[in-house]
Design a protein around this ligand. Structure first.
Ligand SMILES: [Fe+2]
Length: 134
């Protein structure tokens, strides 16, 4: 199984769309590892990657929203904060309990929810708002 980025998910701001594509690629790498039975080997490097990457990505997205006076910015920023908190929990779990199957499944779920709900719905609205108001 693979979930692909497609044009329907485009925000229309190139650097943001490129960052989203990278998140899809990384998620697919995890799925592929899981299908080969090596998901727990992949999880550490994925969490490490996300920890750095999403902070930059969220910051870029939030700056874009502020620059365009996007009205849903506070609610959007809150979703980013919740994601970072969850990621911190997972990282702590990794450090204390190691790369377990349950951690791998929980990360998998968090990411699929993020790609299908946050990126496909909330992020998409930023693009729609910008195109209607500029
Ligand atoms: Fe976002």
């Amino acid at each position: 199984m693979k979930i692909e980025w497609n044009e329907d998910l485009a925000v229309g701001v190139e650097y943001i769309d490129e960052q989203h594509k990278e998140l899809f690629r990384r998620f697919n790498r995890l799925l592929e590892a899981c299908s080969k039975g090596s998901g727990t080997k992949e999880i550490g490097s994925l969490l490490f990657f996300l920890d750095e990457y999403v902070r930059i990505h969220f910051n870029d997205e939030e700056k874009l929203q502020v620059a365009n006076s996007f009205p849903e910015y506070p609610a959007h920023r809150e979703q980013h904060r919740i994601f970072i908190n969850k990621l911190d929990d997972f990282k702590n779990e990794m450090q204390t309990g190691g790369a377990t199957l349950s951690l791998t499944i929980a990360t998998n779920r968090m990411l699929i929810d993020w790609l299908l709900n946050h990126i496909a719905k909330m992020d998409k609205k930023i693009g729609e708002f910008i195109s209607q108001n500029t």
